[in-house]
Design a protein around this ligand. Structure first.
Ligand code: GLY
Length: 609
């Protein structure tokens, strides 16, 4: 059975059991700020488990693209991957343990024809119910093992969310593969056993404090590792020997002129290059762009790690586009988005890898110098400053410096590095510190009150003056002709933020009138109305009317809508990779920054407009 056949067999089997087949979601979880990446099949169904929304059919199945950073340093051994595919069947308050175990057994023994004597089962410590179900199916008691939280409690994905005890199916590759110890059993690290399928009995929701409360209903969430299962059904002993990786390794071997399967260290480097090359293809395909934080940083780290391992194979010129090309060729029929975005993926890899290559040699030389110097002095720790310089000037993510250091028997002063990073963040903060031109400066020291924004539905409201700012000081009263900043208890004025300019208008009290020439949001809940007193005086505590310039607001709103239309048009003309990177929305114009790797041609500009 090939990987294509396995995907189909799995989804057909669960369709026969009444499941709706749901396409893979993006690696970037939609509307879920708690997660960096889609790390399991259940991620796109989280709201169903939590009872927030109800699916049309409570039985669902999918083959989901997944990405996990947890095992990155183990990539290159027989089984660990960052990017992988997960087959899964899900019950949203419908069937539970009995059906989930029975169907899992039926699928692996009857459809995949894995020999029952090679299958072991693990269950959560006190889960006697599962024990009974597995026993009734015919699994010998001696092959049903109990483990604790670490191995047999799954989730949540991220810090919070659905979770529960689980039961796993492990495949035994045979005594000859393992460590030979008499107590070798599933979860032994030696590689004899591989966990191929995890059945989670999703019963709890875990909150920020680690507190677990029962979910409205009991659910099933399963995850079968596609690569590991292909390995088991095709009688291989490593995921890298399966047809999923063979073409990638072949291309890497051809590029570096070395043979795979001769020498362990070379094999590991080739596997890392193949695995990471495939991973970056999918990350970029789903819209991740290299950067110094969040998802972009993970992508950058993965790409640079692959480039460094390539160096070990003698690849000293950019080569990763070749690995991406093979990934697209072999997986594009399952995940068409990587084919659709092929040009963009290749271009982005080329640009990022070339940029890294330019500083790589000097960075490596610097690192050589540092380690040689440490050896001379009998020391074994790279200072935080040195690690920071490698990161800041030469683009070495600290994790990579740490890895290279470890190979050379030295460590990195992590706390010192973090201190340098904090200093850099501080410098960036200082550079961005908000300044209101000529009139008020809202510094960190000023204790100003918060204001409530009511301007989505109102363009006018009654309010109270809670603070008045002149230069960087709070004052009690401002008089005609004076420039100042006003903070209101609530305001209909939109404060400039995220590229959309703020509103203008008037603030009118019983003893004076203030013309608002600019409104800025200086923190999520502080909105400052900047302008000038045009009549009388205004004092803290005054009851006032705040009135937005309606025409101008409507012009801004129209231009805001236009940015969405423009984005749509750009996607249609240039491709789905186009993403917003920034924008300026003003009453008389708009600017839209987007991701695309080269200048637009005249024809493209015309087509877009
Ligand atoms: N959600 C099940 C698993 O990731 O194993």
């Amino acid at each position: 059975m090939t990987s294509d056949e396995l995907r189909n067999a799995y989804l057909d089997f669960f369709a026969e059991k009444g499941h709706d087949i749901i396409p893979s979601a993006s690696l970037i979880p939609h509307g879920d700020p708690t997660l960096l990446f889609t790390s399991a099949g259940m991620v796109q169904f989280k709201d169903y488990f939590l009872g927030r929304t109800v699916p049309a059919n409570p039985r669902l199945a999918s083959c989901q693209k997944c990405f996990r950073m947890t095992d990155i340093e183990s990539v290159g051994d027989a089984s660990h991957l960052t990017f992988f595919e997960m087959l899964g069947n899900f019950s949203i308050g419908d069937y539970f343990k009995k059906e989930a175990t029975a169907w899992a057994w039926e699928f692996v023994t009857e459809r995949l024809k894995l020999p029952p004597e090679r299958l072991w089962v693990t269950i959560y410590l006190d889960d006697d119910e599962s024990f009974q179900y597995w026993k009734d199916i015919g699994v010998p008691e001696a092959r049903i093992l109990r483990f604790g939280e670490k191995d047999n409690f799954w989730g949540p994905a991220g810090d919070t969310g659905p979770c529960g005890p689980c039961s796993e199916l492990h495949y035994d590759f045979g005594e000859e593969v393992g460590c030979g110890k008499p107590d070798c059993k599933p979860n032994c690290e030696c590689g004899r056993f591989s966990e191929i399928w995890n059945l989670v009995f999703t019963q709890y929701n875990q909150d920020e404090n680690g507190q677990r409360t029962p979910l409205p209903r009991t659910n099933i969430d399963t995850g079968m590792g596609l690569e590991r299962t292909v390995e088991a059904i095709t009688g291989k002993t490593s995921v890298y020997e399966t047809e999923l990786f063979a073409p990638l390794l072949e291309r890497v071997a051809r590029l570096c002129g070395k043979k795979y399967g001769i020498e362990k260290e070379t094999d590991v480097a080739m596997r890392v290059v193949a695995e990471h090359g495939r991973g970056i293809t999918f990350l970029i395909g789903d819209g991740v762009i290299p950067s110094n934080e969040g998802r972009g940083y993970v992508l950058r780290r993965l790409l640079r790690r692959a480039a460094l391992f390539g160096r070990r194979l003698g690849l000293d010129r950019p080569f990763l586009t070749e690995v991406a090309r093979v990934s697209i060729e072999h997986m594009g029929h399952v995940y068409p988005e990587i084919t659709q975005r092929e040009d963009f993926i290749l271009k982005l890899i080329e640009v990022e890898e070339t940029r890294f290559e330019e500083t790589l040699s000097t960075g490596l030389e610097l690192l050589d110098g540092i380690t040689a110097d440490l050896a001379k002095k009998g020391k074994s720790e790279i200072s935080g400053k040195q690690a920071f310089k490698l990161y800041d000037t030469h683009g070495f993510p600290v994790e990579i410096t740490r890895e290279i250091a470890r190979e050379r028997g030295v460590t990195v002063d992590e706390a010192g590095f973090e201190q340098e990073m904090e200093r850099q963040r501080e410098r960036a903060r200082a550079a961005h510190k908000f300044e209101l031109k000529g009139t008020v400066r809202v510094g960190d020291s000023l204790d100003i009150k918060t204001s409530c924004f009511v301007g989505y539905n109102n363009l006018e409201c009654s309010s109270t003056i809670v603070d008045l700012l002149v230069a960087d000081k709070s004052v009690k009263t401002i008089k005609e002709g004076q420039e100042a900043g006003i903070i209101l208890s609530s305001t209909p004025f939109y404060g400039e933020m995220g590229g959309q300019v703020g509103d203008t208008g008037e603030i009118i009290g019983s003893s004076g009138r203030f013309s608002v020439s600019k409104t800025v949001r200086v923190s999520p809940d502080i909105i400052v109305h900047q302008g000038e007193v045009i009549r009388g005086s205004i004092s803290v505590g005054d009851e006032v009317k705040a009135i937005v310039d309606v025409e101008r607001r409507l012009d801004i709103a129209r231009n805001h809508t236009a940015t969405h239309l423009l984005q749509m048009a750009l996607r249609q003309v240039l491709g789905e990779h186009v993403q917003q990177r920034g924008s300026l929305v003003a009453p008389d114009r708009l600017r839209f920054d987007f991701s695309h790797l080269e200048a637009l041609t005249r024809e493209q500009v015309e087509k877009v407009s």
